[in-house]
Design a protein around this ligand. Sequence first.
Ligand code: XIL
Length: 439
Amino acid sequence: MGWRIGEPIMDTCRVIFVSLSLVILVLSTRVPGTAQDRPLRIYADERGFLIGTAVAMTPFRSESIYNETLKNEFNILVAENAFKWDSVRPSRDTFNFADTDALVDFAEANHMKIRGHTLVWHSQIPSWLSGGNFTRDEVISILREHILTIVGRYRGRVWAWDVVNEAVNDSSGALRTSSFWFQTIGPDYIKLAFEYARDGDPDARLYYNDYSIEDLGAKSTGVYNLMSSLKSQGAPIDGVGWQMHQINGFRTDPAHKTNAKRIAGLGLEISITEMDVRMSLPSAPDDLNQQSIAYRDAINFCLTTPNCTALLTWGFTDKHSWIPGFFAGWGDALIFDSSYQPKPAYFALRDALIQGADSAPAISGAQRDRKKLLINGGGFLEGAEFFINGEKQKKVFNSLESPSVTLVAKKSGKKVRTGDILLVKNPDGLFSNEFVYSH
Ligand code: XIL
């Protein structure tokens, strides 16, 4: 048995190499949910993004883990109920600021921004008001006093107000005529509310907030028209809140982009204000994974949409969510489970905040090749979706020679024409630029 010079050296090298590799492996592997992970708000702060949640008073007053999670993870909060009329205004002559003061103080102590929700809504109106038989002028004066008092009290401290909530009818997109405010004041209540809010705080962002207005449809078009008319009348409005109460299976699509863009065209920003993704209970094994994709899509959408400023969820733990009480048989809609353990949706938000828009696909050109269309660009992931004028094309695959640079669309019904808008969505939820096809 021979002994060869160099062997021990090779062994030592191997040991060093293996040890170094292990160190590198350990350093580069992020194990979800371990102590080395940093919370959402740290990554959000690095990007100048706002990630937030709604706060319910009962756990806020009684569960320390609730407040710990709240202040560690989020850089903006919104009161789930505390600013609503039935909570803040027990009678015509009294305001109750115990809860709102506590929340605003907590937010400031923890360097969090605040969304104020909400100054005008058809729901959660106290009976002294709805049953008070007030005249139109009296209701206007009560509304004015209400808004000036509350917005004035927190002047300079509330980042954005949901001035008017849910004023538009679900199916027609016209104003919700059954609302107490519409019935007593008429359609002018909306503009008045924004003017009073602006008088109360010249610097707060003033939002119109609603549900089921995220994509394109009668309701979102109704909201768009309302915003457009308010703007043309000079109403002081800054943004539109997309509540984003979704059902599991939700994905973003080009309609969301188009809608955000037309709102931007009015000079308005958007925020995702009340996101949750409910599932029917008991959930199936893949449901949490599906839910994480919905959250990932939403945050990637917001991160890559220039006028999208914030994403807030409507609560953060499944232990305290409005869903089971309002949608019987549904739940598990949030990003922490009922034991405050982060769910896949939490990690999806965090990964998106870490990666941001860096890996968005890009289209630089497209040309016809007989019955195929070659879409050139970069960053195309396997399974990327391809849209012509918002319509998803069925037969699309990455080219065998250059999979991340060229997508191949086989003619599937529609023929591309000059002026058509091409768009790619990667399976990580990121959209490309909109490319105008020219022949
Ligand atoms: C819900 C709260 O979560 C519940 O606690 C309350 O009982 C009813 O209102 N859209 C909104 C929110 O704008 O104010 C609603 O909040 C959920 C739907």
